[in-house]
Ligand binder design. Structure first.
Ligand code: 8YV
Length: 320
């Protein structure tokens, strides 16, 4: 029998990261779809000292308490709403994260902003279907340059979005629980209330973690405050937006459209009514999915795990 500690990997890691993990640990991989099932996790978790997981695997109190040997829950990512950090902290289990993805997520955010305002995906589909022509006014989009951007949550990712928006000569408003005077000075950002951000912005983009307080942060009331010409972008977590209110908002023209990378249910339910709207574009939770970024995330999630297994402090962790 080999005496290496057992580590369960349910995130998709780069081979280099897998190899360095295998030097130290006995590695078991499990497809994300299976790992998203709590009953599967409950059956197997007691075997493992470490887990490296994606954003869907439900590490709630029950799963965490069933992990007798568990010392580290390593998130391949920064959001940890699928992990009960309080239960983990009580059990002295590290919950680690990989804060190396802000620039990559900010890139996709800008991509969604431009795509939704200029209807790039719809135009692509149109040409792909053998159609052509500007005879349809639908493809006369709106400018991004010089418009007003409202950033909800000026953390690592929100700040990276702000830096990019400067290049588009945008007026940048932000709302957060904490003011960032440094960023305000550096980029000329304006701190405003959530209400005033919603009513002034041409594009509202969400960059908050999912917590009890940010659950459905943008609902009917907030959507009604937005301009009928404004777009909503979400690359954070689906449940920060009330999806049924968003459906009505777009259908009834309270707002002009949305660009979404995240949904309240993932993988998305093909019957989700949002999919039937034409003023909306969506991607399958790919904001951090570039070769470069996923490499860094893989290496860091493994490094965090190895450190804990060697009884060292991980590079980045959260507690409660
Ligand atoms: C990843 C994410 O898609 O960082 C996060 O919280 O949601 C994404 O970067 C996910 O964690 C992949 O494992």
């Amino acid at each position: 029998m080999n005496g290496k500690p057992k580590v369960l990997v349910t995130a998709r890691l780069h081979e280099d990261a897998m190899n360095s993990l295998r030097n130290l640990a006995e590695v078991t991989t499990l497809a994300r779809q299976l790992a998203a099932s709590k009953s599967t996790l409950l059956e197997i978790i007691h075997d493992f000292k470490g887990v490296i997981i994606g954003s869907l695997e439900p590490f709630d109190k029950e799963v965490i308490y069933a992990g007798d040997k568990l010392r580290v829950i390593s998130r391949h990512g920064v959001g940890y709403n699928n992990v009960d950090v309080k239960a983990a902290t009580q059990k002295k289990i590290y919950v680690t994260i990989t804060p190396v993805l802000s620039e990559t997520v900010a890139d996709l955010t800008l991509g969604l902003i431009i795509s939704v305002a200029r209807r790039i995906p719809q135009a692509h589909k149109y040409v792909n279907e053998g159609k052509w022509g500007v005879e349809t006014g639908f493809f006369t989009g709106t400018d991004i340059y010089g418009k007003t951007l409202g950033i909800i949550g000026l953390g690592r990712i929100g700040s990276a979005v702000a830096k990019r928006a400067k290049g588009f000569a945008m007026t940048i408003l932000y709302y957060d629980l904490i003011r960032n005077l440094e960023m305000e000075k550096q980029l000329g950002l304006k701190y405003v209330s959530l209400e005033s951000l919603l009513s002034q912005a041409d594009i509202v983009t969400i960059h908050v973690p999912l917590t009890d307080k940010t659950m459905r942060l943008v609902g009917e009331r907030e959507l009604k405050r937005m301009k009928p010409t404004a777009y909503l972008i979400n690359t954070s977590r689906g449940p920060t937006v009330d999806e049924s209110a968003l459906y009505t908002a777009i259908k009834d023209g309270w707002i002009a459209g949305a660009g979404l990378d995240v949904f309240s249910e993932e993988p998305i339910n093909p019957k989700n009514p949002l999919l039937s709207l034409k003023n909306i574009i969506y991607t399958p939770h790919i904001a951090s999915a570039t070769q470069e970024c996923r490499y860094k995330m893989s290496m860091m999630s493994v490094e965090n795990t190895i450190r804990v297994l060697k009884r060292k402090k991980p590079l980045h962790y959260v507690t409660s």
